[in-house]
Ligand binder design. Structure first.
Ligand SMILES: [Zn+2]
Length: 92
């Protein structure tokens, strides 16, 4: 990883809460705890409807990419029913 990449990664907290919107399925909100050392294929499970969202996470940030074989086996993350309604949320 280059100099710029290291700088970018250090700005991401080691562990943070990210809110998602299960836009394609139940339309409800949910939370996940993401860690900076997460990298690869992750299956993020909506706690409201059980829908699996297949996404690539890079340095603890969910990207718009779907699972890619080059990242190997997927890790499953169970979402948490959201209690916060007024923050910006990412649709997955
Ligand atoms: Zn859902």
């Amino acid at each position: 990883m280059g100099e710029f990449g290291d700088y970018f990664v250090k700005r991401i907290p080691a562990r943070r809460l990210e809110q998602f919107h299960c836009g394609t399925q139940c339309g409800k909100y949910f939370d996940t705890y993401l860690r900076r050392n997460m990298y690869g294929n992750y299956t993020i499970v909506c706690p409201n409807c059980g829908h699996n969202h297949f996404r690539v996470i890079k340095d603890g940030v969910v990207s718009d990419e779907r699972h890619d074989e080059k990242h190997g086996a997927a890790v499953k993350i169970m979402g948490l029913v959201s209690t916060v309604k007024d923050k910006m949320r990412k649709e997955i």
